[in-house]
Design a protein around this ligand. Structure first.
Ligand code: G6P
Ligand code: MG
Length: 215
């Protein structure tokens, strides 16, 4: 039985994954660390500090705690600038009908995001009120692939993990869903998200019938 669908935010409900990439890319350029879109796949779903450390490590850089703070603040300021003009028009097509179908089934809707900006983005997209529970990076210690944020979302929804489906575009996110004991649905490349039970190219391609069939 399915009782809840728990969504990732960035790259699943809206295209913020691209803005995160742009902001990390600008920072990597400044640090003279080579950074490609392929590298960025490793950072999807990974929190701010661990993302910075991944880039620093790639460049063989050792950063002090103070430098880490400064660079994270710089990246976030750039990211916030990039998402400043987001509006409900930036919600991916298919999200609203999918949410309506989920509600019609009586299933709950949760969010499990590694971003500290999740509430701001939900607000901008005009979907904050659709969620029965929102779990984000402000409430958890361990970043995906750790299952903590998905487990927190399930607990907040009052649904045991075995009755939840998680929806993710990130390799680390699919791992987190599996580790939480939920059924994983991937958005993106099947070859990249091989651990997922079902992979669709974008959320508009995900139907309630496909979710039901995972039961
Ligand atoms: C999400 C994105 C990552 C991003 C992370 C932290 O997981 O997929 O690309 O780096 O959140 O976001 P934040 O908004 O807290 O810097
Ligand atoms: Mg994501």
């Amino acid at each position: 039985t399915i009782r809840a669908i728990i969504f990732d935010l960035d790259g699943v409900l809206t295209d913020t994954a691209w803005y995160h990439y742009r902001a990390w890319k600008a920072l990597a350029d400044e640090l003279a660390v080579p950074f490609t879109e392929q590298d960025n796949e490793q950072l999807k779903g990974v929190d701010r500090l661990n993302s910075l450390r991944w880039i620093a490590h790639k460049g063989g850089l050792v950063l002090s705690a103070a430098e880490e703070e400064r660079l994270m603040a710089q990246k976030n300021a750039h990211y916030l600038e990039l998402i400043q003009h987001m509006s409900p028009a930036d919600l991916y097509p298919g999200v609203q009908p999918l949410f309506a179908a989920i509600k019609a089934k009586g299933w709950k809707i949760g969010l499990a995001s590694a971003s500290k900006n999740a509430a701001f983005v939900l607000d901008r997209l005009g979907i904050a009120a659709d969620f029965d529970y929102v779990a984000d990076a402000n409430q958890v210690k361990n970043s995906k692939p750790d299952p903590e944020v998905f487990l927190l979302a399930a607990a907040g929804l009052g649904v045991v993990p075995a009755h939840c489906i998680g929806v993710e575009d990130a390799v680390a996110g699919i791992e987190a869903i599996c580790a939480a004991g939920m059924r994983p649905v991937g958005i993106g490349e099947p070859a990249l998200l091989a651990q997922a039970s079902l992979v669709v190219p974008q959320i508009a391609a995900l139907s309630i019938a496909q979710l039901q069939a995972l039961a």
